[in-house]
Write a protein that binds this ligand. Structure first.
Ligand SMILES: Cc1ncc(COP(=O)(O)O)c(C=O)c1O
Length: 469
């Protein structure tokens, strides 16, 4: 649910992005805006504050609010240029080294895309565990075989309605996280040696699943703001025997972009016409900064060709290991593969998450963290602009909590990663986001920790190291 001031702010953003108000332009005063929009003055003030917090506008004393010129350098407005052929994936050794580094206590964690406990509803989840234990008694000690606990599937079906998906609980399979859902989806639709089309860059966990299944990745040119190029995807599909397409279409990782609804629809229709399954990772779908829950690609699925995957890892807690798949045509296969992999997801976490979603204040929690992440992204973006060498470019995500940074010519994120570790800082270097280890001059920063002097210092250190290359 969005509040009035958020709707008003989203409206103003649309006007700014549509060129109605350009950088440096003065916005209407609060009274005028309130009268224009039929809202109270305090709603208009809140909307301006919201935009100011996100760096979109600035207050000038005794003058009003002005559209801020972007101070950061967006990534080169061009498509990425991965090799135009399928490649086997390697690189798990490097990723595992990075994953181990993220578990070392005391490091400043800008690498793994994991929210700090400060942004997770830890207490409410503990209460949900206690309540589920009492309510379900001995049932919590038994297996909850696929498709999983009906109580949880019902809650997920309700929330998927916000994403435009009309699915019943019977169409949902509970998994141990989103990555397992993606893996089960890939196993259901493709075999070793098959070609999987992906965005470039993409989430490295997906690359490791493709690697472990012995499939090949076909990296598709992707725009930092507009997302995957449908034209490039169409050409790739015509040239190669693509068995499936695996994409994150809402607030992707690492670019943080969101496909427009028209593009989602065109994507689903293009793949459906060729009977190519789409495996959709919607893990960041509820973390958009304009507070609107964008539709999933599954909303346009007419023949069960989209396998929708999600989890609570970014919103409630990654340690719960609760995710889901809506497998469409592959319902039976995914249920069987889930059973074959590990019989079932643990019962008590399923029931506790169901309890939390039903009564735990999830929407309130989401509103808080979306706001926090938007602010943290903005602060990090400005810190990178201030401390990194001239010519550094940064994405401005539509949601989630990661930033993609492109270093100027000569920048090497693998070297930076090693040097940063020496200073107690982890980052995610660009090459792990590509099957062909591209993006050596890029890195991903996670912004899901409370802002602190230590964090600002870490960004200063990274900037200094990058400038020294
Ligand atoms: C895009 C994306 N998909 C999937 C995952 C993994 O999700 P889970 O922990 O639910 O398996 C992540 C985690 O970083 C992610 O960023």
């Amino acid at each position: 649910m969005t509040t009035r001031y958020e709707r008003l702010a989203a409206d103003l953003i649309r006007q700014i992005e549509g060129g109605v108000y350009r950088p440096g332009d003065r916005l209407p005063g609060v009274r005028k805006l309130a009268a224009q929009q039929g809202v109270s003055v305090s709603t208009a003030v809140e909307a301006f504050r919201w935009l100011e917090d996100r760096g979109r506008i600035e207050a000038r004393p005794r003058s009003g609010f002005y559209v801020r010129a972007p101070q950061w350098q967006p990534p080169a407005a061009a498509l990425t240029e991965p090799p135009a052929m399928p490649t086997p994936v390697s690189g798990h050794a490097l990723v595992m080294r990075l994953v181990r580094a993220t578990m070392q206590p005391g490091l400043i964690q800008l690498g793994a895309a994991v929210p700090d406990a400060e942004f997770l509803p830890v207490k409410a989840v503990q209460r949900a565990f206690a309540s589920a234990s009492r309510r379900y008694g001995a049932r919590t000690a038994r297996y909850d075989f696929p498709p999983g606990a009906p109580e949880l599937r019902r809650e997920i079906a309700r929330r998927l309605a916000d994403a435009g998906c009309r699915v019943t609980p019977d169409e949902i399979v509970i998994t141990s996280g989103c990555l397992e859902a993606m893996s089960l989806g890939l196993r259901a639709v493709a075999r070793p040696g098959d070609v999987i089309a992906i965005e470039s860059p993409t989430f490295y966990g997906l690359l490791q699943v493709i690697e472990s299944l012995g499939m090949k990745a076909l990296e598709i040119p992707t725009h930092p703001v507009d997302g995957i190029s449908l034209e490039a995807l169409r050409l790739a599909i015509e040239q190669w025997p693509v068995a499936a397409c695996a994409l994150t279409i809402n607030h992707s990782n690492p670019f943080g972009n969101r496909l427009t609804d028209a593009k989602k629809q065109a994507l689903v229709e293009m793949l459906a016409a060729r009977r190519i399954p789409l495996i959709e990772d919607d893990i960041y779908g509820e973390l958009g900064f304009d507070q609107m829950r964008p539709p999933a690609a599954k909303a346009w699925d007419r023949d069960g060709g989209v396998i929708h995957c999600g989890s609570v890892s970014k919103t409630i807690a990654p340690g719960l290991r609760i995710g889901w798949a809506v497998p469409g045509r592959w319902q039976e296969q995914v249920e069987f593969l889930k059973y074959d992999t590990n019989l079932a997801t643990a019962t008590l976490p399923q029931l506790a998450v169901a309890e939390f979603l039903a009564v735990g204040g999830y929407d309130r929690h989401l509103r808080r963290v979306r706001d926090e992440y938007a602010r943290l992204i903005e602060r990090t973006l400005h810190a990178v602009t201030d401390h990194f060498p001239a010519g550094t470019r940064v994405t401005r995500p539509s949601g989630g909590f990661v930033l993609w940074v492109e270093l100027p010519e000569g920048g090497d994120a693998m070297v930076l990663h090693r040097q940063a570790l020496g200073h107690g800082i982890t980052i995610a270097p660009g090459p792990i986001f590509s099957a062909t280890q591209r993006y050596r001059n890029c890195l991903r920063l996670t912004c899901a920790q409370p802002w602190s002097e230590r964090m600002e210092q870490a960004l200063r250190t990274l900037g200094r190291l990058a400038a020294g290359m």
